[in-house]
Design a protein around this ligand. Sequence first.
Ligand SMILES: Cc1ncc(COP(=O)(O)O)c(C=O)c1O
Length: 417
Amino acid sequence: MNTSRRDFLKTLATGSTVSVLSMLTPVELVFREKLINKFSAGKLPTKGDYSLDKQIKYLNHGSIGTIPKIVQEAHREYLSLCESNPWFYMWSGEWEEPIESVRQKTAKFLNADSDEISFPHNTTEVYNLLALGLPLGSGDEVLFSNLNHAGASIPFHIHSEKRGYSVKVFDIPVDNLTNITKDDILDLYEANITTRTKLVVIPHIDNTFGLRQPVKEIAALARSKGVEFVSLDTAQTMGMIPIDVKDLDIDVIGTSAHKWIQAPKGVSVAYFNKRIHQKLDPMWVTWGQKDWKDSARKFEDYGTRNLPEVLTLGHSIDFQTNIDRSLKADKLKSLWKHAQNLSEQNNNTVWRSPSDWELSGSLFIVELKNEKPSILSKKLFQDKGFVFRPFDQHSTIRISPNVFNTTEELDELFDLV
Ligand SMILES: Cc1ncc(COP(=O)(O)O)c(C=O)c1O
């Protein structure tokens, strides 16, 4: 924005030339400062850092994550600021630079370039974009396994009919995931990729069994067999485990930042490798498109949008960045190991997720021998405040703790099962 327009907007916004334009910077700085002071000492967040009810034992980050209080505060600030002059904050361009700063910190978080980052609403949106916008046609095949989430599958099933490409779903045998190896998984991809395969979709960790797939090796295998596009669904991993897009060498990432990034609902992160910017058609087109030929900005929903949430996402990324990586990894692994031991000692449960941490994560399942999962989950929620996800179709319950959960919560849960 040029200086005279800036001055004009200041005058319009305030009725004088007193600057309100500096307001965003203090909001950003105040919260960054608070975060740094809170977590620089190598501490992990505790339950008190969230708004969870005291009675609740929250073990369902795989469905909906918790938002730290400090991020909620920032969110409220942005909402209030926006409502203090809606037109000004939504349309005068004043939030453009702060949004670019969120883009830069998100890019850094994933080892990407900021031109490769866009802010969609969720994972499902990214897979709709791919199903509609990739150059796929007659003779081309999209490949994924039975562990792919509906949000990353249905867009291809529906849109392939009109666009003329096909979809192939192969089976990863879920009855014996406990003993599955990296090579078993790679063999399945090897056997199912053909010369027709144009896109492979990989759920980094799936939501029903908690298998962490060897993404880097699958992507390399797919490329060696001539697959043009590889996409990673990180709904269950971005924010749970580190992701380095350059190292993984994939083309697109979709995620749901409301889970492990602990961002507000309705805003998310997507990664589009530069090599596909010209090949993928945007889902919406509007006034900025011509300037964004080589930028993932063109894959965003421009128009009146969720700007307070996009800015708050930046604080969620700061929050995750400030947590010591190795402390976090150790904590999540120790909760996983503790639950596995408890399950093995419990006559009523069978561990059904992989038993190797490299192929698992902070989302795991146990089969119930004696009770219907939905009945148990309802009872333990009402009587004891436990929140976890039942899957009646597999006779399992899914437990997905975060760093503030405790081994005592797991002890109590397994005592009650
Ligand atoms: C692995 C995976 N992919 C995709 C989705 C869909 O996410 P959203 O509803 O946020 O688009 C989910 C939601 O639970 C998921 O677990």
